[in-house]
Design a binder for this molecule. Structure first.
Ligand code: 5AD
Ligand code: SF4
Length: 445
């Protein structure tokens, strides 16, 4: 048993921003219990794996990392290893962990994350392994402490779970149905974060655009939430993810266009450029509808930055379907994309579909798509010369140089004669673009 006054924890997080933020909640629970953080495995009393199961490759990596802890456990048999999150919630996984990794003492899912301290206490009292996976989602726990580690950005959940059941996706099975947080709870959290100096507020939901659909009040919508948050006092900006094209309506586009506090950055996963594949994926929009939406966004929101996700090698994807994805990517001119090879997930509809695509074809397609995007990103970056951006200063370098980030996450080296403050916004002009660096200078210097 560890001495709580000196006990140390290490959280290993896999997957999306949602998971990164949930690790801040796990850390909050542990900090409140008197633990402090370490980044050294051999110093830790408790090691938590907060896991992801979106693709098989993520799972294989996590299993390998858990397995690698065996030697640490041998040296320190008092070490408590816990596994939680999406992979733990997945049917059958908890049994595998139980059998394969005897040194894993606690396993819990996505619905009972905030109960971690209770499970630790239970294990410490009984010395019996604790396996607690709740089948269903419960009420949102508004009182979970958070120990934020994301610098000037603060993540704020607006909803949990997903109702969309895209046929490839495991998320609705491991995160349950969509639950929206109360609008006032979100606003109060954001007010406090801004008061505490956070400069970016990133709203999180599997589908932020359907925020409020599960709440009776018709005024509880994503557009109204964005409007209310952007009217709050303070020097901060708002980001959000992820948007679903079928739910991104005119009200949302208008409020993004109108409000200066909202970043003009939209992550709008498309997944495929073929209407046939989109239908099989249950995305509920066609190629033409998606393109029309992109056109509308570009017309209404000046200088908007668009990014997207694509899956190649979905069952039944022909060369012709893939070519449609390539041409859509060429048309949309995203700033960047994530491209994934389709990965079969247990319990999803696509798992049982005919015409699964072989790995060599998937690999070839993903590489081709990424090469197309690489060229587009390069062209977009070259065109940045002389454009003006409001950036945040991250770090002071030597010789009146600073490392800055744009709203869409591009790193810019800024020259300024005046002294710039870290974690503050400044207007800069892009002066030079080299192969892998972007330079700018402070405006009005
Ligand atoms: N295989 C490959 N990629 C997937 N994604 C979701 N499920 C799968 C899967 N089974 C991708 C989608 C989604 C992103 C978060 O992960 O592109 O937008
Ligand atoms: Fe998965 Fe589709 Fe829900 Fe996104 S919208 S989490 S891809 S089911």
């Amino acid at each position: 048993m560890y001495n709580i006054a000196m006990a140390k924890y290490l959280i290993k997080t896999y997957g999306c921003q949602m998971n990164l933020h949930e690790s801040e909640k796990l850390a909050g629970v542990l900090e409140n219990a008197g633990f402090s953080a370490t980044d050294k495995e051999n110093e830790a009393d408790v090691i938590v794996f907060n896991t992801c199961c979106i693709r098989e490759s993520a799972e294989q990596k996590i299993y390998a990392h858990i397995g690698a802890l065996k030697s640490i456990y041998k040296k320190n048999p008092n070490l408590i290893v816990a596994v939680c999150g999406c992979m733990a919630q997945e049917k059958g996984t908890s049994d595998i962990i139980q059998k394969k990794f005897p040194f894993v003492k606690i396993v819990f899912g996505t619905h009972n994350l905030t109960k971690f301290k209770e499970y630790l206490d239970k294990y410490n009292l009984s010395k019996k392994r604790v396996f607690e996976i709740w089948e269903n989602e419960k009420d949102i726990d508004e009182n979970c402490p958070k120990y934020r580690t994301s610098g000037y950005n603060a993540w704020v959940n607006i909803s949990y779970g997903c109702n969309n059941f895209c046929t490839y996706c495991i998320v609705p099975y491991v995160r349950g149905r969509e639950r929206s947080r109360d609008m006032n709870d979100i606003i109060n959290e954001v007010k406090e974060l801004v008061h505490n100096g956070y400069k970016y507020i990133t709203l999180l939901g599997q589908n932020v655009n359907s925020y409020g659909n599960d709440i009776d009040d018709k005024n509880v919508t994503f557009a109204n939430l964005l409007d209310k948050l952007s009217n709050l006092d303070g020097n901060f900006k708002i980001k959000f993810m992820t948007s679903h094209p079928k739910d991104l309506n005119d009200e949302v586009i208008n409020v993004i266009a109108k409000k200066s506090k909202i970043c003009k950055v939209i992550h709008l996963p498309c997944q495929s450029g073929s209407t046939k594949i989109l239908k099989a994926m249950n995305r509920r929009y066609s190629r033409e509808e998606y393109i029309a939406l992109i056109d509308k966004i570009k017309t209404k929101i000046k200088d908007v930055v668009l990014t997207s996700d694509f899956i190649v090698g979905f069952p039944g994807e022909t060369e012709e379907d893939f070519i449609q994805t390539c041409s859509l990517v060429e048309y949309c001119k995203y700033n960047s994309i994530f491209a994934f090879m389709y990965s079969k997930r247990k319990g999803t509809i696509a798992e049982k579909m005919d015409n699964q695509i072989d790995i060599a074809t998937k690999r070839q397609r993903v590489n081709k798509l990424l090469a197309i995007q690489h060229q587009i990103t390069k062209e977009i970056n070259l065109n940045l010369k002389d454009s003006i951006h409001n950036v945040i200063i991250e770090k002071t370098l030597d010789n009146n140089q600073y490392l800055a980030k744009s709203d869409c996450g591009k790193t810019i080296i800024v020259n300024a004669d005046s002294k710039l403050e870290e974690n503050q916004f400044y207007d800069i002009k892009i002066t030079k673009i080299t192969n892998n660096k972007i330079f700018g200078k402070l405006i009005g210097d």
